[in-house]
Design a protein around this ligand. Structure first.
Ligand code: SF4
Length: 182
């Protein structure tokens, strides 16, 4: 697997993602409303890491950061559930997406010099994040959540001709990798 743009969709699928498709930078429209949902702190990550609000910057700053990249790729893991209460199945999907994203990031970084990884959860690499007292320990590995950047995941998928929902008794986790050409 080369992890070059020409073969990247195929490489992402071979790596283990269920679906993959390119994303255009123009379609990324960060919204204050999405960030307001972060502030409700359902995921318990708000104000706790460098990669989530407010540590990752304002909506405007996130928007400017994303604009510096040339193109993106959306990668998804779809978990098949026994029923809508299948928590184990959901967690299996979460973990597979997380593992695949870590591998994908490493491969991409081997080819492209600058990648911004926006995944489906906050960074949990360190047991306790250094935020806000000291700089991030692993800036090359740390990933933000798409929502943390103000992106409405379903809209980003739609605007890039990717599905977000794959039918009853499935749940799909989506991440976005932004790439700067060499
Ligand atoms: S890598 Fe560690 S220090 Fe950096 S954002 Fe993630 S948890 Fe925090």
């Amino acid at each position: 697997m080369a992890f070059e743009k020409e073969t990247l969709i195929e490489d992402a699928l071979k790596l283990g993602f269920s679906h993959a498709g390119f994303a255009s930078i123009d379609t990324l429209k960060p919204m204050e409303e999405v960030r307001d949902m972060c502030a409700v702190d359902k995921c318990h990550a708000y104000n706790k890491t460098w990669t989530c609000p407010p540590g990752c910057g304002t909506v405007a700053e996130c928007g400017e950061r994303m604009k510096k990249y040339d193109w993106g790729i959306l990668v998804q893991t779809t978990a098949e559930l026994e029923d809508s209460m299948d928590y184990e199945g959901m967690m299996d999907g979460v973990n597979r997406q997380k593992e695949n994203c870590a591998k994908f990031l490493k491969e991409l970084q081997g080819v492209y010099p600058d990648i911004l990884a926006l995944t489906s959860a906050s960074c949990d690499i360190c047991k306790k994040c250094t935020f806000p007292d000291a700089p991030c320990r692993f800036p090359e590995k740390a990933t933000s959540a798409m929502e943390g950047y103000g992106l409405l995941v379903s809209q980003v998928c739609k605007d890039n001709q990717m599905k977000y929902y794959y039918g009853p008794n499935t749940v799909t986790y989506t991440s976005l990798f932004l790439v700067k050409d060499r």
